[in-house]
Design a protein around this ligand. Structure first.
Ligand SMILES: Cc1cc2nc3c(=O)[nH]c(=O)nc-3n(C[C@H](O)[C@H](O)[C@H](O)COP(=O)(O)OP(=O)(O)OC[C@H]3O[C@@H](n4cnc5c(N)ncnc54)[C@H](O)[C@@H]3O)c2cc1C
Length: 402
C-alpha cells in the first residue's frame, strides 16, 4: 500500500520539506511507493522577508511547476485539526468541503503570525507587513493618504517594535511617504521600542550603526517605552507622549502558528514545539515540526533557530528528508546550522550585514545592501522547475548563506 507524507504549509520550510522528501524517496528507490502531499491555501511561497518593501511585486511565486517536476501533490486548503493519536488531519478544502486525511508522517510547516499585544486599538487600527494581504492593505492605505487633508497625523507613521521587521519598515518609510505625499511634505516617521535603545537586541556595535542609519534616514526613535493605546489618529506611549499618526505599523514580534497547540509536547514562549535533533515532535509519533513552528538547536554551543527564512529553509530540508527517511530506511539526518548571519535593510542608508551569534559587523551601507538585494531577489526564491537542480539544492546539508 502507498504510504503518505503530508506537509502542511507551502512557505520556505514546507516547500523545501516537500522537495527534500521526494529526493530522499528517489535516493531510496521508492518513487511511487510513498506519496507526498502538500496542503496549503494555494501553491505559492510568500516571500515574507520582502513585505516591508515599497513595491510589492513578485512576492508570491507560484510553485506548481516545481512541485510537479518532483512529483508532489498539492491540495488547496487549510489543515484545521491534527489528531496525532489516529494519525489523521481534518482539512478544510478551498472548495468548501471538509475531508479527513490519514498520514504515515506529518510535517507541520505552517509558519508564524504577527504577535498582536493586548493593547486597546491594536487590532482595529494597526497595519502590518506580516502577510501579503496585510502588506497590500498598508500599501493601499498609504497611497490614499493624498485624499486626506494635510495634517501632522496624515504625514506621520509610527512603527511599533524595533526588531528587524520594525527597523526595515521604518527606514523605508520616509522615502515611501515622500514618493506618495510629495518631496516637500513635512513627513514624520517614529519607531517605538521597549528596549532601552532601539536596535539593542542586535548588540552594542550593531545598535550604534542602526541608530546612525535611523538618524540619516530621518526616523525618530522612542526607546524604553510601550504603546499603551492606538486610535485612528495616533498612539499614546507609556511616557504619556501622544504622537499623531494616521498610520501605525505593528511589528511586535511573531508567534508560532496556532496548530502547534495541537501537537502534544513541550513548547517555548513563542509557541514553538521543542523538536529533537531530527526535528521530530518528541511526544507525537510520526510528526515532524519545522520552520517557524519548531525550536531546535542549531549547534552544540547553546544556539537555537530563530523564526527566520534563513533557518526555515534548512529546517524544511532536514524535516522533509527525515520524514521520508523514516519510511524508506535511509539514515536520519540531524539538524545543524552553525553559520548564522543577519542582513538588515536600513533603507537609503544601506544594509547592515553581520556574521555569527555575536553579530560581528562585516559589511555596511551599499556593500551590505548589495548582499541584501541578492538575498531578497535570488537566494530565497524557489529555483527553476528542474528535478535534478531542485534535488541538488534539497540536500539536507545544503546551506544558502554567503
Ligand atoms: C516583514 C518580514 C520581514 C522578514 N525578514 C526576514 C529576514 O530578513 N530574514 C529572515 O531570515 N527572515 C525574515 N522574516 C521571517 C521569515 O519570513 C519567516 O521566518 C519565514 O517565512 C518562516 O518560514 P515558514 O515556512 O516556517 O513559514 P511561512 O513562510 O509563514 O509559511 C507558512 C505556510 O503555511 C501556510 N499555512 C498557514 N496556515 C495553514 C494551515 N492551517 N494549513 C495549511 N497551510 C497553512 C501558509 O499559507 C504558508 O504557505 C521576515 C518576516 C517578515 C514578516
Amino acid at each position: 500500500m502507498t504510504q503518505k507524507i503530508v506537509i502542511a504549509g507551502s512557505g520556505f520550510a514546507g516547500f523545501w520539506a516537500a522537495v527534500s522528501a521526494m529526493r530522499a524517496i528517489a535516493l531510496a528507490g521508492k518513487t511511487g511507493a510513498i506519496e507526498v502531499t502538500m496542503v496549503s491555501p494555494t501553491p505559492n511561497v510568500t516571500i515574507r522577508p520582502r513585505l516591508y518593501e515599497a513595491v510589492l511585486e513578485n512576492m508570491n511565486p507560484d510553485i506548481s511547476s516545481q512541485l510537479a517536476a518532483v512529483g508532489v501533490h498539492h491540495l488547496a486548503g487549510l489543515v484545521e485539526q491534527v489528531d496525532t493519536a489516529s494519525q489523521s488531519l481534518v482539512v478544510q478544502q478551498a472548495d468548501g468541503q471538509k475531508i479527513t486525511l490519514g498520514y504515515d508522517r506529518f510535517v507541520l510547516a505552517t509558519g508564524s503570525r504577527l504577535f498582536v499585544p493586548a493593547v486597546p486599538g491594536f487590532a482595529e487600527y494597526g497595519f502590518n507587513v506580516d502577510t501579503l494581504e496585510s502588506a497590500q492593505r498598508l500599501d493601499t492605505h498609504l497611497k490614499t493618504l493624498t485624499n486626506k487633508a494635510e495634517t501632522p497625523a496624515r504625514n506621520s507613521v509610527v512603527v511599533v517594535g524595533g526588531g528587524l521587521t520594525g527597523l526595515e519598515s521604518a527606514t523605508e518609510m520616509p522615502m515611501r511617504l515622500r514618493a506618495i505625499l510629495g518631496s516637500q511634505a513635512d513627513i514624520r516617521v517614529v519607531i517605538v521600542d521597549t528596549a532601552p535603545e532601539v536596535g539593542a537586541g542586535m548588540g552594542t556595535e550593531p545598535a550604534a550603526v542602526i541608530q546612525q542609519a535611523l538618524a540619516e534616514c530621518g526616523v525618530e526613535s522612542r526607546a524604553g517605552v510601550r504603546v499603551t493605546a492606538i486610535d485612528a489618529d495616533g498612539v499614546t506611549l507609556s511616557s504619556g507622549e501622544r504622537i499623531a499618526a494616521n498610520t501605525v505599523i505593528l511589528a511586535a514580534g511573531m508567534r508560532a502558528h496556532p496548530l502547534t497547540a495541537q501537537i502534544p509536547g513541550e513548547r517555548d514562549g513563542s509557541g514553538r514545539v521543542i523538536g529533537d535533533a531530527f526535528l521530530r515532535a518528541p511526544a507525537a509519533a510520526g510528526v515532524f515540526v519545522t520552520g517557524d513552528t519548531v525550536k531546535a538547536a542549531t549547534d552544540d554551543c547553546g544556539n537555537y533557530n530563530l523564526m527566520s527564512c534563513q533557518h526555515a529553509m534548512s529546517l524544511g530540508r532536514v524535516a522533509g528528508h527525515n520524514a521520508a527517511a523514516e519510511l524508506t530506511g535511509l539514515p536520519l539526518h540531524p539538524y545543524s546550522q552553525p553559520k548564522y548571519v543577519t542582513c538588515l535593510d536600513l533603507g537609503p542608508w544601506g544594509a547592515l550585514y553581520t556574521e555569527g551569534w555575536e553579530r560581528q559587523i562585516r559589511f555596511t551601507r551599499q556593500e551590505g545592501k548589495k548582499i541584501k538585494q541578492e538575498i531578497n531577489t535570488q537566494w530565497i526564491y524557489p529555483p527553476a522547475p528542474d528535478r535534478d537542480a531542485l534535488f541538488a539544492v534539497a540536500n539536507p546539508d545544503f546551506v544558502i548563506v554567503p
